[in-house]
Design a protein around this ligand. Sequence first.
Ligand code: AHG
Ligand code: MN
Ligand code: MN
Length: 340
Amino acid sequence: MTDTSMTYIQFLLDERRRLDTDRDLTTLLHSVATACKAISNTLKNGALADVLGSLESENVQGETQKKLDVIANDIFLQRCEFSGVLAAMVSEEMDHIYDIPSRFPKGRYVLLFDPLDGSSNIDVNVSVGSIFSILRLPEVPDTNSYDAVLRPGVEQVAAGYALYGPSTMLVLTTGNGVNGFTLDGNIGEFRLTHHNITIPEDAAEFSINASRAQWWEPPVQRYVEECVAGANGPRGKYFNMRWVASMVAEVHRILLRGGVFLYPIDEKNRDAGGKLRLFYEANPMAYLIEQAGGAASTGRERIMEIAPQSPHQRVPVALGSRHEIARLERYHQEYDAQSS
Ligand code: AHG
Ligand code: MN
Ligand code: MN
């Protein structure tokens, strides 16, 4: 059997045999993939299934919830709480840490997820995704322990995303590189199509919401201005720019053809700490990007080393090709040294 015909579950079983990974992790990764398949299926019929549009409700971050944010969240809960290997779940769409109902067995794993990323794109039929991060606690917590899940990204044991685009893909790391799977509609299974994804060290494409330029810090302004200056500027080459407004789509593009993605702290989001959430956006994407040979930083520190204070904490994000992130960090250092 060639690699391209391997199903996701075969891949997980093969990894388990080769690397002696924990059986419970395989169970959980299988449950997550089932949730992603169910979400993909729900998205497919769009307006026909009356799943588009917003609800009256807001999530804990003050964002209006889309119908599909809530539907996707429920799918994750339903598919994963049953697994018997989870201690708790954390979701963008739930105010509090979700304790596993007592009718299910409890385990040592914590699943942190963004059930639907890029949800502003749903109503205009542009790609969205789901993002997940998995932590393993030292033991099964006997009480509902809030602090037990506040672990840094370096302790993740797996992370990934599903991209609901022209095809549905699942991209995964368990700390042994990054692999991509495409949903085969004929058999209803993900199949390995992108083996051992690696990011080029240099890039000629950047991603940032430039409508916020007036609020950026000087090091971010400097970085983007130099890219835009093209072949006659200090970089001596042309850069292309893309902004989908779905982090999953942006990260997927960077994994496959290089580039950088920035959602920096700025004057407008400074009080919140940035835009993207550490637990279920920044950390899992940082893990994937690093595993593919790239880098992920706030501009001032490695994202995965941040000690979390709260489940919905936001952080500045810069990730992608290694040399570009190193340059951006240097611009921050130079600026901070000059202003202190
Ligand atoms: P979510 O839909 O889960 O709230 O996340 C949206 C995020 C991310 O996917 C994207 O990169 C960014 O927010 C888009 O921000 P702008 O609205 O500033 O474009
Ligand atoms: Mn998101
Ligand atoms: Mn979301």
